[in-house]
Design a protein around this ligand. Structure first.
Ligand SMILES: C[S@@+](CC[C@H](N)C(=O)[O-])C[C@H]1O[C@@H](n2cnc3c(N)ncnc32)[C@H](O)[C@@H]1O
Length: 310
């Protein structure tokens, strides 16, 4: 049984996005519908298109948003395809876009989805039902690719040793379950005391790779911002520094700052002033929210306003 999913930084999301109404609100990661519900309540003139790649999440969001059914359309799709979805539905420019990226409690707490080392299940980790699973990736990737995934997406210092252990293990039999992988990583790490579980970084890295999470975010952000109406707003909540870095750099570039390397004699990046950033530093949850919902701990919210044409 999955625990309740508590949406993160909800009041701040509403504060930042409500002034953009009335019009089309896109929740690019509608999940279990928590943020969507709060926004639909706060702004009765919002019409919502909610995307999610996870059909189970969409079913739950559909139940939760039933009271607003005449204002809601839910679509099973990855958010990098937002411009296509808007065209397909014959919709114009949104006034607000929200993305609360990462996994929902529904995914993390379901052992059979394979996201967690805390409970045993198949090594799946797909947010949607398609594409290679984590087990496929561990079985088929070259050693160098495993090292890159563990190092780049998990910032795992023992990437080479863990990748070596995976390759040795799969020569005997494939890794099939979360418990097998967790045990393998613990064996590599030895029994030293740690602040976090030794397999945390490995599981994070695999999840990011299986779902192409950073690629999705890179392909989503700028088109989503450009699709906004003038004066429209975007808010993005991320849960680790790799994602937050992408959001921060994209917003900075779209404020019109030159991002050429300092040794370029003339600017080649042709910066355009598309947005004004509304959050000079990322908004973080306060202690009270973290006590209520420990998963909010690493959340960072950034928001921007699409400038009116000069
Ligand atoms: C943190 S949850 C969102 C929770 C939601 N804001 C709420 O209040 O219930 C993230 C959701 O984003 C979905 N997701 C993650 N990456 C996605 C992508 N690239 N395209 C579409 N949905 C995605 C996941 O399936 C998950 O349901």
């Amino acid at each position: 049984m999955a625990s309740e999913h508590l949406p993160v930084l909800t009041d701040r999301v509403v504060e930042l996005l409500a002034p953009s109404g009335p019009g089309l609100l896109v929740d690019a990661t509608v999940g279990l519908g928590g943020h969507a519900e709060a926004l639909l309540r706060a702004v009765p003139e919002f019409q919502l298109v909610g995307l999610d790649r996870d059909p189970q999440a969409l079913a739950r969001a559909g139940e939760r948003l039933q009271p607003f059914s005449d204002r809601v359309q839910l679509v099973e799709e990855t958010f990098d395809r937002l411009p296509l979805v808007l065209r397909r539905l014959g919709l114009g420019a949104p006034v607000a876009v929200l993305a609360d990226i990462g996994c929902s409690s529904l995914q993390l707490d379901s052992a059979e989805r394979g996201f967690s080392f805390a409970s045993d299940g198949p090594l799946d980790m797909r947010m949607g039902g398609t594409g290679p699973t984590a087990a496929d990736l561990l079985q088929q990737s070259e050693w160098e690719e495993l090292v890159r995934i563990l190092r780049d997406y998990g910032e795992e210092r023992r990437a080479r040793a863990i990748a070596r252990a995976i390759v040795r293990r799969r020569e005997q039999e494939p890794l099939r379950t979360t418990a097998q992988l967790s045990r393998l990583v613990q064996d590599v790490m030895g029994g030293r005391e740690r602040r976090i579980h030794p397999a945390t970084r490995t599981f994070q890295a695999l999840r990011i790779a299986v779902n192409d999470e950073l690629g999705q975010l890179e392909r989503f952000l700028e088109p989503a911002i450009r699709s906004l109406k003038s004066g429209g707003r975007i808010a993005v909540i991320s849960f680790h520094s790799l994602e937050d870095r992408i959001v921060k750099h994209t917003l900075r570039r779209l404020t019109g700052r030159c991002t050429c390397p300092p040794d370029f004699p003339v600017c080649r990046c042709n910066p355009q002033r598309v947005v004004e950033v509304l959050t000079s530093s990322p908004v973080r949850p306060d202690e009270e929210e973290i006590d209520r919902n420990p998963r909010a701990r690493s959340a960072r919210l950034r928001a921007a306003l699409k400038r009116r044409e000069d």
